[in-house]
Design a protein around this ligand. Structure first.
Ligand SMILES: [Zn+2]
Length: 349
């Protein structure tokens, strides 16, 4: 896809994004959705997707946005800044990138999601592309009916500007970005088929949405084998949805909290409509792990020891951040292979 003057636009527009998600749904693969907090991590993600000939999703959390805004401490401002960077840089690569925002709880809709939606509304009036391709509203801590009512209201607003909304019911366990669900009751960790049907009935008539139905997922770090995933929850839910809605209708599902999952479990979910898998913990580790190695190996060049001056080539932050970026890109490349999105960019078709 190009603009009238032939310039490519690799932040996916609505039609391209829908095509990405439909292709994944039909093709039994999913997109890694990579959390970024800086231009460095964003660049690593774009490079990895391009190298793998995979389209991909780059996302910003409330905490990531706040961090990116520096001392201003404004989560929406930082998210806008990172999104603008991705818009500018992604143009130089040959795959589609969708821009997404991660968990937005009800109490931060006013300060995070709404300013970002307004930014897109403003841009559209000026003939510019959407800032973000999709947003997540996480009302999972609310009573189900209230969650669904708010999701409906937000999807209505988003759909008017061709923004896709991600919603969540049930609870993703564990802790991420300061939101702690470690004490969540076990039954809340598994979305029921009735809930999945209700979500489809209410949201499908309004607009395009993605859905984080929970099946034992847990945020954060777990040793392999310690996460008790039950992917069959998704299968049962999708079967109920197909029966109730008809026409072969299926949710486009999102997999949160997948660190430490078995590859066989990840592959199983791809058969049940998972088209997006969030990856944060594993890429955080990959980035930092490489830098630890660099620091320890180059200890004497990094520091000014015994009246010496160190080695500027080593302590220039670009030197070690570049190592972090390369390692993060490698981990994202593995994610593309695990989710089978490699070589499948719709730009190639
Ligand atoms: Zn999540």
């Amino acid at each position: 896809m190009t603009t009238n003057d032939g310039v490519s636009m690799p932040v996916a527009n609505y039609d391209q994004y829908v095509k990405m998600l439909d292709s994944a749904n039909k093709g039994g693969y999913a997109y890694p959705a990579i959390n970024v907090t800086s231009t460095s991590t964003a660049n690593a993600a774009i490079k990895a997707f391009a190298d793998m000939k995979s389209d991909g999703i780059i996302q910003v959390s409330t905490g990531g946005g706040k961090f990116a805004s520096g001392a201003v401490g404004d989560m929406a401002l930082g998210a806008i800044s990172l999104a603008q960077h991705v818009h500018l840089v992604a143009e130089k690569y040959g795959v589609y990138i969708a821009l997404h925002t991660d968990h937005c709880q009800a109490n931060v809709v006013e300060t995070f999601m709404l300013p970002l939606i307004k930014e897109t509304e403003k841009r559209r009036k000026n003939g510019q592309p959407n800032l973000f391709s999709s947003h997540m509203f996480d009302g999972s801590e609310l009573p189900f009916e209230k969650n669904l009512a708010m999701s409906k209201e937000l999807l209505d607003r988003c759909a008017q500007s061709e923004i896709i909304l991600e919603v969540e019911t049930g609870v993703v366990g564990g802790e991420e970005d300061g939101v702690n669900n470690e004490g969540a009751p076990a039954d809340k960790l598994y979305t029921s088929p009735e809930e999945m049907v209700e979500v489809a009935k209410v949201l499908n008539p309004i607009g395009k949405y993605m859905y984080a139905a929970t099946f034992g997922n847990v945020h954060g770090v777990y040793k392999p084998g310690n996460v008790k995933l039950r992917p069959e929850i998704l299968k049962k839910g999708q079967e109920a949805v197909a029966k109730e809605i008809g026409g072969g209708y299926q949710h486009m599902l999102v997999f949160h909290g997948g660190s430490g999952s078995e590859l066989s479990e990840i592959h199983e979910t791809l058969n049940y409509g998972v088209i997006k898998m969030n990856i944060d913990t594993d890429t955080q580790y990959a980035y930092s792990r490489e830098i630890v190695d660099y620091m320890f190996t180059n200890y004497e060049s990094m520091l000014k020891i015994d009246g010496e001056v160190g080695n500027k080539k080593f302590y220039d932050p670009r030197a070690w951040m570049k190592k972090g970026e390369e390692a993060m890109a490698k981990r994202i490349a593995d994610a593309c292979k695990d989710l089978k999105s490699d070589g499948k960019s719709i730009m190639l078709s």
